[in-house]
Design a protein around this ligand. Structure first.
Ligand SMILES: Nc1ncnc2c1ncn2[C@@H]1O[C@H](COP(=O)(O)OP(=O)(O)OP(=O)(O)O)[C@@H](O)[C@H]1O
Ligand SMILES: [Mg+2]
Length: 387
């Protein structure tokens, strides 16, 4: 292979590495996936990655490739316990940026204790994984009978380590965002539970107390209270079911319209559906419409006084529209904001966070129409293009 060919191969390998790192959203599969590609680019057989922390001198083997049998024995126990010179150097501050060549304490021990085949690997190069001043761990690479790594090899290793460090930082940030979203969802649920279920239980308790006092004095009145208890319990049951159902992530698997139809049915509503246009929409848009649709159906169930509802879904190149319409009692839309409900506000916020909006048209006695419109990213930006 001439120098040009070698250079092309190296650049191609770097490109594949960058792509693998760029697409990943989870740490372990990302590192396990990128390691063989790094080794291939460098022309080495063996490599492993230690992530350090939490706490001082804690580490964990997160990815490995081509380890010799001596290090794989006992479910890779030699790789997960005890200290070694590379980690000592890393923690001691002696492994700042440059990759070094070191003898491997684990392999040395494996040889002395005759743990098995080491494939003549005795030394490895080590490079810290970091992003800015935050350090994550280290990457080791090795090759049979190789005791010295050239400056070019070390430079390539360093450039790959920089990419990996940046990718680890990105994925950690993504994880933190996911945790935050989960926390917010939990808070929302706690609020919903408080608003619907615990208030109903409170009322049920009062009604039951009243009924108990009345049971001998005024049996007819007591019977009415019991009827109320039954109706309220039934309502709470439905509210609880719908909360549980909202929690189930598989709601959207068969598509938004199926999910909304089923959700409506669970609330005791008959959902008439009309769909125009077609194609895929970004997941964030679909999820927002799912939540908006759920709340619109909740409102029909709770406030409209009818059990028929029309859902229209329209999709074209530029936008997606979801309309939920009922012919129920209606309300003064302008005054709704002051009613203390979070539903309409939440719907609007969800749509606006995606550049869209929700409009509500309602008239006393004239029914209610809730329409969410969310723009789609232009097809040239790789967004959901209608077929
Ligand atoms: N489909 C509808 N039919 C009749 N009235 C409605 C309808 N949708 C909303 N409303 C009225 O608008 C008000 C505000 O709705 P919103 O969803 O914001 O709050 P909510 O349903 O009362 O409480 P929550 O915060 O639990 O959703 C309701 O209290 C109700 O009076
Ligand atoms: Mg509501």
């Amino acid at each position: 292979m001439d120098a040009n060919e070698a250079r092309t191969r190296e650049l191609l390998a770097l490109k594949t590495i960058a792509e693998t790192l760029n697409e990943a959203t989870d740490l372990e599969p990302m590192l396990q996936g990128v390691l063989p590609k790094v080794l291939e680019a460098l022309g080495f057989t063996t490599g492993w990655i230690f992530l350090t922390g939490p706490g001082p001198r804690a580490y964990r083997l997160i990815a490995d490739h081509g380890l010799p049998p001596a290090l794989c024995r006992d479910a890779k126990r030699p790789m997960s316990r005890g200290g070694c010179w590379c980690l000592d150097a890393y923690w001691g501050g002696g492994l700042e940026r440059a990759a070094n060549t070191m003898e491997c304490k684990r392999l040395d021990e494996a040889r002395r204790r005759q743990w098995g085949e080491t494939h003549q690997i005795s030394h490895h190069a080590t490079v810290p994984l970091a992003s800015g001043s935050v350090r994550f761990g280290l990457l080791n690479v090795a090759h049979p009978e190789k005791r010295h790594f050239s400056p070019q090899e070390l430079a390539l290793l360093e450039s790959v380590a920089l990419q990996i460090g940046t990718a680890i930082a990105r994925v950690r940030l993504l994880q933190a965002q996911r945790d935050q979203a989960r926390l917010e969802e939990r808070n929302r649920l706690a609020r919903d539970l408080h608003d619907s279920i615990s208030q109903s239980l409170f009322s049920l308790n009062l009604l039951a107390q009243g009924a108990r006092k009345l049971i001998h004095r005024d049996p007819e009145e007591a019977a009415r209270a019991l009827e109320e208890i039954q109706a309220l319990a039934q309502e709470s049951l439905q509210a609880m079911r719908s909360l549980i159902w909202q929690l189930r992530p598989e709601g959207l698997e068969q598509g938004l319209i199926t999910a909304l139809t089923q959700y409506g049915a669970r609330l005791g509503l008959t959902v008439e559906v009309a769909v125009t246009g077609g194609g895929a929409v970004p997941q964030a848009v679909e999820e927002a419409l799912w939540r908006i649709g759920q709340e619109a159906l909740n409102n029909v169930r709770r406030h409209a006084g009818v059990d028929q509802v029309q859902v229209e879904y329209g999709l074209d190149r530029e936008m997606v529209t979801l309309t939920v319409r009922d012919r129920g009692v209606g309300f003064q839309a302008r005054a709704a904001g002051a009613s203390g409900g979070f539903g309409l506000i939440g719907m609007r916020e969800r749509a606006q966070s995606l550049g869209g909006d929700v409009t509500v048209r309602s008239r006393r006695g004239g029914g209610t129409e809730v329409r969410a419109i969310i723009p789609l990213p232009a097809a040239s930006e790789g967004g959901g293009e209608a077929p």
